[in-house]
Design a protein around this ligand. Sequence first.
Ligand SMILES: C[S@@+](CC[C@H](N)C(=O)[O-])C[C@H]1O[C@@H](n2cnc3c(N)ncnc32)[C@H](O)[C@@H]1O
Length: 482
Amino acid sequence: MTTDRKRYWHECKKATNFISKMVNLVEGLDDSYQTQEGLELSDEVDDLLQRIGWEGLAIAAHSEAFRRILSLDQEVDSQLRREVLEALKANRNSLEFYGRVRNIDWRGLLLPYSNDSIRYMSPALKLVKKFWDRHPHELAIPPQGEDHVITPNYNNCRQVNITKNIWNPADWKHQVDPKPDINVTMRWAHVYDLGCCDFCESPHACRCQVQSMPGELVELVKTEDRGIGVRALWPFRKGDVLGEYVGRLIPDGSRPDQTYALAWEAPSDQRTQGKVSVDACYEGNWTRFVNHACENASTEYRCRTFSDHAAMTLEATRDIEMYEEITVDYGPSYWKKRQCRCGSPKCYSAKQPPPTTREEARPLTGRARKTEKNVMRIPLKEIGGEEGKDVAEETLAEEGNAGDDSENLEGGGGEEEVLCPDPSSNVVVHQDPSKNNDGDGDHPEKDDHKDKNYVPGDDSDGDDDDAGPMVVGTAEVMELGD
Ligand SMILES: C[S@@+](CC[C@H](N)C(=O)[O-])C[C@H]1O[C@@H](n2cnc3c(N)ncnc32)[C@H](O)[C@@H]1O
C-alpha cells in the first residue's frame, strides 16, 4: 500500500470507530458516557443530528479536527465545540456537497446500522436514492438560512452535467464551413491547425487531462442577485487549470440567447474565429455558472489544445481562497445591454444607474421577444403538470430533510422527472419540475419560467438573459443578432 492509501485507510478506520461511538452515545449504550459531560455531549450530538443528519456526521467524521471536537478523551473547550457545531448546522448543505465532490464514502460508515433502529438513521440511508444520485454540480446551495436545495434549470429544463463537449451533426446540417459531419475541435479531424498539446507539446493526440480533482472541488451557490455562482471548496493557486468549459458545440450565431455561449477559438488557426460556440445552457458543467466580476476576477478562459481536442479552459489568474466565489471577467461588451451587479466602483455598468427593481431594470434590456427555435417546449398536459400551473415545483430539500423521516424520502412523493428532448439532438434533456434559475437572482417562484409568455432570450423583464457580446479572458463569447 502506498503511504497515501495507508493514510486514507487509517482515516476511514478512525471515522468508522467514531461513528460507532456516536451511535452508542445517541442510543445511551455506552456507560462511559454516563458522566455529566457525556450527557451534555449526547444532547449536543442529538441536536447536531437533527440538523445535519447522520450523513453530515459521517462526512464530518472524516476530519480529525471534528472527531477531536466531539471526543470525550480530549480536553476540548466547550465554547469552541459549540461554535463548531453551530457552524456545521448552518452549513449542512455545503457539508453534503463537500462529501460528494470529495467522494467521501459516508454511506459505507452508516450501512452497518441499517437494520438497527437508530435515531435519525433511516432518512440518511433513504436520502441516497434521491439526493445523492445527482451530480453535485446539478444542485445549488440556497442562501444562508434557507434549506431548499436548488436544481439549476434553464427554460424549464434541468441543466445537466456533462464531462465532454457534444458535437451533433444535426446542429450543423445547414453549415458549409465547417461541414456538419466532422467535429472540428478534435485533433484527429485535421480541419484546422490546433497546434501541439499545451501541456506535453505532443503534435498528436496525447493523454493529458485537465486535472479533475481540484476542478471538481467547487460548489454551486445561489447568490442574492446574480443567480447561481460557484464557490471554491479548495484553496486554488494561480495558474491552476480548474476545468474545461464544456457544452454543445454549435455554429456561431445559431442560438439567439447567448447567456451561456462561449466562443471556441484555437489561437493557432485564424480560420477558427467565429465558427464554433460552446453553448452550455442545457448541457454543461460547473464552469458555466461562474459569475462575472469587473475587477479582480479570479479566473479567465483560455483555449488550450490537449488530449484529443482543443478546448476552452477556466484557469486561475490569482490565488483563490477556500469558500471564495470564483469569478471571471466576461468583458465590457457583454454588459453593454445588461446590468452588472458586481458592486465594484470600476464596474462596466457604473455609468448606468443600477436598477433597484425589476421595473427599473426593464428599459436597460427591453427588447422585442424572441423565440428560441431549437428548444422544444412541452405543453403542461403532456408532462402531467397541473393545468394553469407551470411545471410542478418540488424541491430536493423536501426529499432531503435529514431530520425528517417522511415518506417521500423514498422517492415516490419526490421529484417528477420529465424528459425534454431537444429535437435537433440525440441527447435527452431532463426537464426539471423544481425551482428555476434563470440567472436573475430573484426568488424562483417569481421568475420568468412561471410566466406563461416567457421566451428565452427576452430581456424585457430585466433579467439579463441576452444582450451584447461577452469577452472572457482571451476568448470572446459570441454576439448573436436578434
Ligand atoms: C454564464 S451565466 C453565469 C451563471 C448564472 N448566474 C446562472 O445562474 O446560471 C451569466 C449570467 O449570470 C448573471 N450574472 C453573472 N455575473 C453577474 C454580475 N456580475 N452581475 C449581474 N448578473 C450576473 C447574468 O444573468 C448573466 O447573464
